[in-house]
Design a protein around this ligand. Structure first.
Ligand SMILES: NC(=O)c1ccc[n+]([C@@H]2O[C@H](COP(=O)([O-])OP(=O)(O)OC[C@H]3O[C@@H](n4cnc5c(N)ncnc54)[C@H](O)[C@@H]3O)[C@@H](O)[C@H]2O)c1
Length: 356
C-alpha cells in the first residue's frame, strides 16, 4: 500500500490539538496529556492507524457513553504478584498507563508481575505500554483481546468471530530503544484498512473477505453494513494466537469474550490486556545485555535477500520513523485531518483555531 504525499504537521502541534479537543470534550488535563502523548507517539512511530486519526472515534465514544471521562482504573483483585484492574470504561490510555505503573512497581518488588486490565476503552498502540515498562528497565509481554469486536475470521472460516487481538513483547536495552515486537494477529490492523480506505488505496491480496466470505482487496468491505472480515496473519498460526489471547485476557482475567451477545451490546472499542512484566535482574544472569547484543548482531549480519537493504530488528522501523517524523513532521491525509477538525467542532472548538 504505497501512500501518496500528504501535508505534514509537527508533533507539538498535533499534541496541542489533541489536548484541546480532549479538554473541550470535558476530559481532565492529565487525561488529555496522556492521550496526546500516546496518539502522537503512535504517529511518530509510523502507526497512523493508532494516532490522532482516532480522535473522531474517541469523541463519538464520549458522546455515546462508551468512554467514561476522568475515570482511573481500580484494583479489583490483588495477590501481590497478580493484579487485576477494572477500568470501568475509562479512557484506555489512562487505564493502561496506571496499570503498567503498578505492574512495574510490583515487578520491582517480586521480580515479575502479571497485570490484567479489563473493561478498558481502546488502549491504542500496545507498543506504548511495552515502552513504558522498558523505559523503567523491565521486559514485558502483552496479550490483548478486543471483546465484542467481530472483525477477524478464524482460519478456515468465512465470517468475523473475534478482534484483531494484538501481541506485543519488548526487551529493554540501556541507552537505546527496546527490541519491540508489536502487531495485530490479523494480517492488517483495522486502522490500517481505515487509512487505506481514507487514502483511496486497495488492500493487499489475502488480507480481506467481503460480507459474503469471498476474498477482496477493497478496504471499504470493512466499513459497510454488512461488514466483511479481516484474515489472520500466518494463516492458522495467527488464528491460534488470537484464540489464546481471548482466553487469557478475556476469559481467564475477566476481560469478557466475543460472541453474538457481546458483539451487539458493546459500546465502542473495548480492550482486555494480559501483561507480564519481568525484571531482567531477577534471573541472576550478569551478562544478559552482552548476550543479547551478540545475538542481535548475529541476526542482523544475515546477508540481505534481493531487494532488501538490510535485515532489521523488531522496533527498528518505528525508531527510524520517529527520527524522520520528528525532523520532517507527521503526514496526515486530508480526510483524516477533516475528521480531526470535526472532532474539534464536536468539542465546541473553532476549526480555524486548530490549524497550525
Ligand atoms: N488496541 C488494539 O485493540 C489493537 C489491535 C490491533 C493492533 N493494534 C496496534 O496496531 C499497531 C499496528 O499493528 P500491525 O499489525 O499493523 O503492525 P505491523 O504489521 O506494522 O508490524 C509491526 C511490528 O513488526 C516489526 N517489523 C516491521 N518490519 C520489520 C522488519 N523488516 N524486520 C523486523 N521487524 C519488523 C515492527 O518493529 C513492529 O514490532 C500495533 O501498534 C498494535 O499494537 C492495537
Amino acid at each position: 500500500m504505497s501512500a501518496p504525499t500528504f501535508p505534514t504537521y509537527s508533533a507539538e502541534h498535533l499534541h496541542t490539538v489533541t489536548m484541546r479537543i480532549w479538554q473541550g470534550l470535558g476530559g481532565p488535563p492529565e487525561e488529555a496529556r496522556l492521550l496526546a502523548d500516546h496518539l502522537v507517539a503512535a504517529n511518530l512511530a509510523g502507526h497512523d492507524s493508532h494516532g490522532v486519526g482516532l480522535l473522531q472515534d474517541y469523541a463519538t465514544g464520549v458522546r455515546e457513553g462508551g468512554i467514561a471521562l476522568g475515570r482511573r482504573p481500580e484494583i479489583v483483585a490483588d495477590t501481590g504478584v497478580v493484579v487485576t484492574f477494572d477500568a470501568g470504561s475509562g479512557l484506555g490510555q489512562v487505564a493502561a498507563h496506571d496499570a503498567m505503573a503498578v505492574g512495574i512497581e510490583r515487578a520491582r518488588q517480586h521480580g515479575a508481575a502479571v497485570v490484567a486490565l479489563r473493561r478498558s476503552h481502546h488502549v491504542g498502540r500496545i507498543g506504548h505500554w511495552a515502552e513504558q515498562c522498558a523505559a523503567a528497565g523491565f521486559s514485558s509481554l502483552h496479550l490483548v483481546s478486543v471483546p465484542g469486536d467481530r472483525l477477524v475470521a478464524p482460519f478456515g472460516g468465512t465470517d468475523a468471530r473475534f478482534g484483531t487481538n494484538p501481541f506485543c513483547a519488548a526487551f529493554p536495552r540501556p541507552g537505546a530503544d527496546p527490541i519491540l515486537a508489536d502487531f495485530a494477529t490479523s494480517r492488517l490492523a483495522l486502522g490500517k484498512m481505515r487509512v487505506a480506505h481514507n487514502s483511496g488505496v486497495q488492500a493487499p491480496a489475502g488480507t480481506l473477505l467481503d460480507a459474503q466470505g469471498r476474498p477482496t482487496t477493497d478496504p471499504g468491505a470493512m466499513f459497510e453494513d454488512p461488514r466483511g472480515a479481516l484474515l489472520t496473519t500466518g494463516e492458522h498460526k495467527g488464528s491460534a494466537m488470537a484464540v489464546l489471547f481471548e482466553l487469557f485476557a478475556g476469559a481467564m482475567a475477566g476481560g469478557g469474550i466475543t460472541d453474538q451477545e457481546s458483539s451487539t451490546s458493546t459500546l465502542g472499542i473495548m480492550n482486555a490486556m494480559f501483561s507480564l512484566v519481568v525484571d531482567p535482574a531477577a534471573f541472576g544472569t550478569t551478562d544478559a545485555q552482552e548476550q543479547a547484543e551478540v545475538f542481535l548482531r548475529w541476526v542482523t549480519d544475515s546477508p540481505p535477500a534481493e531487494g532488501v537493504e538490510q535485515v532489521l530488528l523488531p522496533g527498528e522501523p518505528e525508531r527510524r520513523s520517529r527520527e524522520r517524523r520528528t525532523a520532517e513532521g507527521i503526514p496526515i491525509d486530508p480526510n483524516t485531518w477533516q475528521q480531526i477538525l470535526d472532532a474539534g467542532a464536536s468539542a465546541g472548538l473553532d476549526p480555524a483555531d486548530l490549524v497550525p
